[in-house]
Design a protein around this ligand. Sequence first.
Ligand SMILES: *[C@@H]1O[C@H](CO)[C@@H](O)[C@H](O)[C@H]1NC(C)=O
Ligand SMILES: *[C@@H]1O[C@H](CO)[C@@H](O)[C@H](O)[C@H]1NC(C)=O
Ligand SMILES: [Mg+2]
Length: 256
Amino acid sequence: MGFSYLILMVTIATAFASPINNQIHLLKPHSGSAGYKHSNLNCLSWRLAVETDNLQDWTVVPQECADYVGHYMLGKQYRQDCDYVAAEAYKYAKGLNLTGDGKDVWVFDIDETTLSNLPYYALDTVAFGAIPYNATLFDEWVTKAAAPAIPGNLKLYKQLVRLGFKIVFLSGTREAFEQPRIRNLKAVGYTQWEKLILKGDNDHGNAVEYKSSKRKALEEAGYRIRGNIGDQWSDLLGSNAGDRTFKVPDPMYYIG
Ligand SMILES: *[C@@H]1O[C@H](CO)[C@@H](O)[C@H](O)[C@H]1NC(C)=O
Ligand SMILES: *[C@@H]1O[C@H](CO)[C@@H](O)[C@H](O)[C@H]1NC(C)=O
Ligand SMILES: [Mg+2]
């Protein structure tokens, strides 16, 4: 274990609450950022295929890439990748002319875009998505309203508000979780928004259809979607996607 690896571990240990700290020491550096591992599957190739939407409809992180995804998510690469996307989004946003009528909106997805579920995903019962999704356990986690902000995207949010954009949170979270979601958003610094759109009992269809229909309704109400940011391609594909879309990394799960 090299010195820089130790520094990384210390950084991570101080950055997260205790459930993660326990997990850290279980992680073994079998694979580096280049994804080399004693396996036929190169985990960096796998992750790149995920991020480019070449790989679709996958249900779990491949077993042999669980450690790799854990190291990526807890290490600095994930944070730097997020920061880079946010910086590009800001560069684009600050070049736009807003009309000042309050109708220029920026759409944010919530999970793994606005809020990070990493403390939950790092549990050994979840294994960064290498163990199949358990809705009951995930719902319990959402109810706790304990998700930290993704730092780069919180900064982007604040910059956009300052530029005069109205913020729309559009999430596949069910309306039953509205109160914990609001508590969570406010607790970590997302203090204002134009709309918070969650999935109602009458919202049908897959994620692309659901999000497209909500964005269509926004545009029909006179809003202009100048930007749209999300961790899933289903946040960014379909109709009324926005003038520009930004993809946040997420190798832990796929929502089609
Ligand atoms: C924004 O408006 C200014 C002043 O009308 C104009 O000079 C500039 O080209 C516009 N920029 C964009 C990106 O449309
Ligand atoms: C989800 O987790 C709960 C609590 O551990 C367990 O009782 C349940 O069987 C799990 N569900 C699935 C589908 O694995
Ligand atoms: Mg998401």
